[in-house]
Structures are given as structure tokens and as C-alpha cells.
Design a protein. Structure first.
Length: 169
């Protein structure tokens, strides 16, 4: 399992259910990196998607205590599943052979709960501090080390890097 995330200098990732930064190249990278795979997200992240619908061309697993558990087929043979507990979500991934390809996609609670399950993080690091943020990525630098850095990139007056981290040990 790996995580994809865009953070600011304080590890902030969102505000009021939305992204802090809309970097077109980073959104395209997210799409390329997740097509054909399984994205794992919380209910609020699902609701922040266009039309609050599952992402096409991927399996979508939503962790939500308030949504009814389900598992249904999407176009192209992909699945949309909801699980009510982290344990049930991990069980679903493992039983369906999806754990190794799973990509954590937010929000904060999902990242916090599953970070220890990840062996790789792909972090878009924006070299700025967001004015408003109410969601943060957990501290990870003690458990992961950088193996690759790309950039700097520039968009909308912002400079950012894309860094790949691997779990220590």
C-alpha cells in the first residue's frame, strides 16, 4: 500500500473538505498514478470528488462509519465498496488481492489510520504555508526516508517538489 498526498510546509492537506492547492500537473499525476488501481478514501474525500461519485477507471474503497456497507460493480469491471471500520477495509483489500496496489487518497483520518500499512509515500511538497487548513497529514519523517526527488515545479505562483519516501527498515 502507498499514499499519495499534497502537503504544505506544515503538512496541511485540506480546508473545509477541499484541497488546499489545485496544481494541474499534480492532479494529472494523481490520475496517472491511480488509474487501474484501488483508491482508499474517507467519506468526505468521496464527497469532494466531482459529483460526489467514485473515480472512474479505479476500484474505490470508502471508509465510513455512517454509510451503509456495500460492494457494487462499476463500469469497466471496477468495484465501489464501503466498509465501516479500518479492520473491515483491510480485510476487503487483502481478500480481494488489492492490498499491494492500494493507494491512500485521504483525508486526514484515513492517512492517520493506514500510514503504518504503507511502504511508500509519494508526497507533493508545496513550498508555502496555506492560510487556512483544518486537515493535516501525519508526521512521517521518522518512519520513512526519501529515495527520489523531482522538481522544482512551478504553478500558480507556487513552487513544489515531488518526493518519494520508503518505509525505514
Amino acid at each position: 500500500m502507498k499514499a499519495l498526498v499534497c502537503i504544505d510546509l506544515d503538512r496541511a492537506i485540506g480546508f473545509e473538505g477541499g484541497l488546499l492547492f489545485r496544481l494541474p500537473e499534480d492532479l494529472a499525476f494523481y490520475k496517472r498514478s491511480t488509474l487501474g488501481k484501488t483508491v482508499v478514501m474517507g467519506r468526505n474525500t468521496l464527497l469532494s470528488m466531482p459529483r460526489s461519485k467514485p473515480l472512474p477507471g479505479r476500484n474505490n474503497l470508502v471508509l465510513s462509519a455512517s454509510m451503509e456497507e456495500r460492494d457494487e460493480e462499476l463500469k469497466g469491471g471496477f468495484r465501489f465498496a464501503v466498509r465501516n471500520t479500518p479492520e473491515r477495509a483491510l480485510e476487503y483489500l487483502r481478500e480481494n488481492g488489492l492490498f499491494g496496489e492500494a493507494v491512500l487518497s485521504g483525508g486526514e483520518a484515513v492517512y492517520r489510520r493506514f500510514l503504518d500499512e504503507c511502504d511508500e509515500l509519494v508526497v507533493t511538497q508545496v513550498m508555502a504555508r496555506a492560510e487556512n487548513a483544518d486537515a493535516h497529514f501525519p508526521e512521517f519523517r521518522d518512519s520513512f526516508h526519501i529515495v527520489k526527488e523531482l522538481g522544482p515545479y512551478f504553478a500558480d505562483g507556487l513552487m513544489y517538489y515531488r518526493r518519494t519516501y520508503r518505509k525505514n527498515g
